[in-house]
Each structure stands twice: as structure tokens, then as C-alpha cells.
Design a protein around this ligand. Sequence first.
Ligand SMILES: [Zn+2]
Length: 414
Amino acid sequence: MSLNPKRTVAELKELRALTGDENGAQRVAWTDAWLKARQWFAAKVKELPVEQHYDAAGNNWVTLPGASEKSLLIGGHLDSVPNGGWLDGALNMLAGLEVLRRIAAEFRGLPPLTVRLVDWADEEGARFGRSLLGSSAFAGTHSIEADRGRTDRDGIKLEDALRRCGVEIDKFPEARKGQKNAVAYLELHIEQGPVLERMNLPLGVVLGTKGVERHIITFHGQEAHSGSTPMNARRDALAAAAKLALEIRTIAKKHEDAVCTMGSVKTFPGIVTAVVGRCEVTLDQRDLDANILAQMYREAQEASSRFAAEENCTVNWSRLWNIEPVPFHPHLLDLCEQAVRETSGTSHRMPSGPLHDAAEVSRAGIPTVMMFVQSLKGISHNKIEDTREEHLELSVLALDRLASKTMDWILKQP
Ligand SMILES: [Zn+2]
């Protein structure tokens, strides 16, 4: 049985029919539709000479034991956002399954090293607002206390939703055991952005996941009557914020792949007859280079002080969240580039703006790389998310090549 990328596309459609509706994919983690998807996947895996188990964080491990205990990991996630797309996370799993089938067949059930396919639990964090839940437990970067009290929209506690699926949050640290013998991790994913389509390339090599700085910035001025306050006597907090909204574009554009976004603006009192006395905005800055990220953060702070002064306002910052950039493994990047080039004739290296489970695996110190396949119109987390079928097939082929190259590389290691 050799690699059959058409089967991957057929299985993706099967999964879509089983767990989607007219609004898109509905495989939200810890719900019945998600459990159904996992059952469906488990049935597929039964045909192979593998061992299957769920770890302490609910990650599903499918292991094809090899002559050596050294393990190549291939991962993805069957969970989706509500009204999600048919490919995000699921392509990784079904392409991984196809690669596993090819390896099992080629080596008659006993490859020279162990190959493990992992379905990470709750990558999306759609229900409880906590992304990368299962992979962070695996990596040991997860804080039980920070997540225990989370609730969904109906007031159901994360802890209770997990228990219903047989997972105890207090046992999460045991998921770290999965790191044993793991020598490399590969993840194929749809790009979820427009870059590859614009360059007319089917596949890309992912350099790493961008670091993120996320802040609330509050400008304080003076609420005043819109009729009686002369223009030169105003302390307009929105004016200062508006200048910053434009300036962050200049700050980001100095660097090739950097992005800065002001996604939310709130004005107080927020009525038509008052000068804005207080304006609260959010800032999200991302880059793969920690120095560039730090520079953009500094520049935005300086600019906010300058604009506050110009408008006779004051400003303060409070950090919502941040994460450092996670660059992938240099040698695996080279192997990935070879695999992409051999499959599609050309290759492009690019960072990932979204975070992925691969970032958590890499943070655990396991050599990691990701491959992207083009997304049509760059749209994801939506029912119109799509990729050309011939590109999906190429991506299975490229992942398979990358898996072979990575196995050879692992076998050469002492
Ligand atoms: Zn995903």
C-alpha cells in the first residue's frame, strides 16, 4: 500500500459530512461532535499495527512501534472553532494518518524507528478561551491554577467539561511523559493567510511562530461639551488614540513580516455631544524576531506619549498577554525546504502569525518544523475556508517526503 493523497481528500470530506453542518465544522473540543470525530478517527487507525491511547490531557496518541524507541512525532488537531473550516487541524491529522499508513506498509509494520501521530486536545480554545491546551500540558508550560476556574458561555466549568470526557485537570502534568524518546515533531497546516496564494505557491516552509505583545492603552483627557469647548481648549483622548492607530502601521512596515493591529477602540462617555475624556484601545504586535518585537513595543510606547502630549492628555499601558517568538529547528527547516522543493519545484520560507501546537512542542525542546499549504483567499476559521484539492494532495506528498528525510536524519544521530 503506497501513499494515496486522494484518500486524504476523501477522508476530509467524510469528516466534514460527519461533523459539520450548513454553517461549517462544529468540532469544538470537549463537545459530542468532537468526540464523534475522535471515534471516527480511532476506527480508521484500527486497521494499522498501532497502539492507541489518550494521555492525561486528552491528547490522542497513535504509536507505530519501530526497531528503535526514538520517535518521530507528527501532529494536528481534530477540534475546530464553531462554524469553522474543513481543513484547519484536520488536514494535519489525515495527512499524518496517510503517512503513517505508508510507513507501516513500507516497513511491513516495523519501521527502523517509532512513529507517533498525535491529535492534540483543544488546540483552538474556542469554548473556554484557552488555546493549545493539550499541547501545553505535553510541553509542561501549562498552569492548572490559571485554567481551572475558566467557564464557557453557559457557565460550565472547564474542569467539569474535561471530566465528562474522562480528563482530570489535576493530572495534566503526567502528559509530559509523552516527551520521552521524542526526537522530532512535524506539523502540516493550512496557511490561514494570503501570502502563498499571492506568490502563486502551493507550499511554504514555516520559520517559526511569531512572538506577541498584547496591551490595553488608555488615553486620559477631559470630557467637555461639544458645543461650548473651543477646538484649541480641548483635551481629546480619541485624537491621541487616532494618531497612534495610524502610527502603528508605520512602525510595523519598517520590518518585512511584522504586524501591528489596533483591534478595539472604546470611547467614554461615548456620546455625540461630548469630547472624549477617556479612550481605551488594544494593541497586538507580532514578529518572529524578539529584537524587532521589543523595538516595535518601545516605538509604540514612545509614540503614545508623544501623541498624548500633543493633545494635552496622559497615557498608560497595561499588558494583556505576551509570548516570545518560537523559531523552528534549523536543520528541519532545511529538510522541509528540500521536501517542498522536490514536491512543488519551488519553496518559500515564512513565519506563522497564528500560534500552533508546534510552538508548544518546540518550547519543550523537541526539534520542530511546520509546513504550510496555500489557503484560498487566505480565509480560515470560517466555513468558506478552502484549499485547491491538487494542493491538498501535494501537501500530503510533501509531508511524506519530509517524514522520510526526518527519519533518515534521526537514524544518523548517535
Ligand atoms: Zn489549526
